[in-house]
Design a protein around this ligand. Structure first.
Ligand SMILES: Nc1ncnc2c1ncn2[C@@H]1O[C@H](COP(=O)(O)OP(=O)(O)OP(=O)(O)O)[C@@H](O)[C@H]1O
Length: 242
């Protein structure tokens, strides 16, 4: 569903991503793991159209969307849950949901599942309880749910999650990974970036370790769960606990 080939990107003439290849079939989770500064957000922004790649291609369901502006990439079916959530401090949960609801364009490629505010609230009931609360008064976990809800309301085929568990309590971290698994089960292709291999292996079907903008290890999720040694060695970490 999402296919990234030879992706090269950077800032002010410098290169951060060096010819990255990865693919995310529909209904699967591909986790990209790397230390701070490895280029994870650069990857996500390049796919989402927030950063123009210097070379390479991004294909969505076979369609080349490389270099399209972000709003066209979003309409094509790539949803972004940005690092830091970026919810609007002064808008209520209900207002976020209303403003984010974008039924898929008619005549476009079909979407794995179509989301309405009511359906999003079934998946994320806490948001219903906080419906009248403004973004600024939500907890970190609630803001993360709202950021996810916002992306889902465009009924994406591909979901880009940039460090979705950053700063969350352990119980919420598990909830987020359970949600990711549920969404992949709906047929969405999920590209998740995280600095934590121990977290990423919880839900990943495929993993890529990114070091200085290069894929230094690719692994099957089951293989990494059975024996994370290679994954951790690639990241120069101690074996993951738990
Ligand atoms: N807007 C920018 N202008 C210039 N350099 C940038 C910009 N954004 C990121 N960089 C640089 O690109 C490199 C990769 O950054 P990126 O944010 O992609 O890493 P990351 O893996 O997402 O890190 P983190 O886990 O800290 O979010 C870093 O050296 C960073 O300083």
């Amino acid at each position: 569903m999402l296919e990234v080939t030879g992706l090269t990107a950077g800032y002010h003439g410098g290169t951060v991503l060096h010819g990255l290849d990865l693919s995310v079939p529909a209904g699967t989770v591909h986790a990209v793991v790397g230390h701070n500064g490895a280029g994870k957000t650069t990857l996500v922004h390049s796919v989402a159209g927030l950063l123009r790649p210097g070379a390479g291609t991004v294909r969505l369901g076979g369609r080349d969307v490389t270099g399209l502006p972000a709003h066209r990439i979003a309409r094509a079916g790539i949803g972004l849950v940005p690092q830091g959530r970026r919810v609007f401090a002064g808008l209520t949960v209900a207002e976020h949901l209303r403003l984010s609801h974008r039924p898929p364009p008619s005549g476009g490629a079909s979407r794995p599942s179509v989301w309405t505010p009511a359906r999003v609230l079934e998946l994320l009931p806490r948001l219903g309880e906080r419906r009248g609360h403004r973004g600024a008064s939500l907890s970190g976990g609630e803001q993360q749910m709202l950021a996810l809800a916002r992306a889902l309301l465009a009924s994406p085929s591909v979901l880009l999650l940039d460090e979705p568990t950053e700063g969350l309590a352990p119980a919420l971290v598990q909830q987020v990974y359970d949600l990711v698994t549920t969404l992949a089960g709906e047929g969405i292709a999920v590209l998740l970036v995280s600095p934590s291999p121990a977290q990423a292996i919880r839900c990943a079907d495929r993993l890529t370790v990114l070091t200085s903008g290069r894929a230094v290890l690719r692994s099957d999720g089951d293989q990494a769960r059975a024996d994370p040694t290679a994954l951790n060695a690639a990241l120069e970490l101690a074996p993951a606990k738990g």
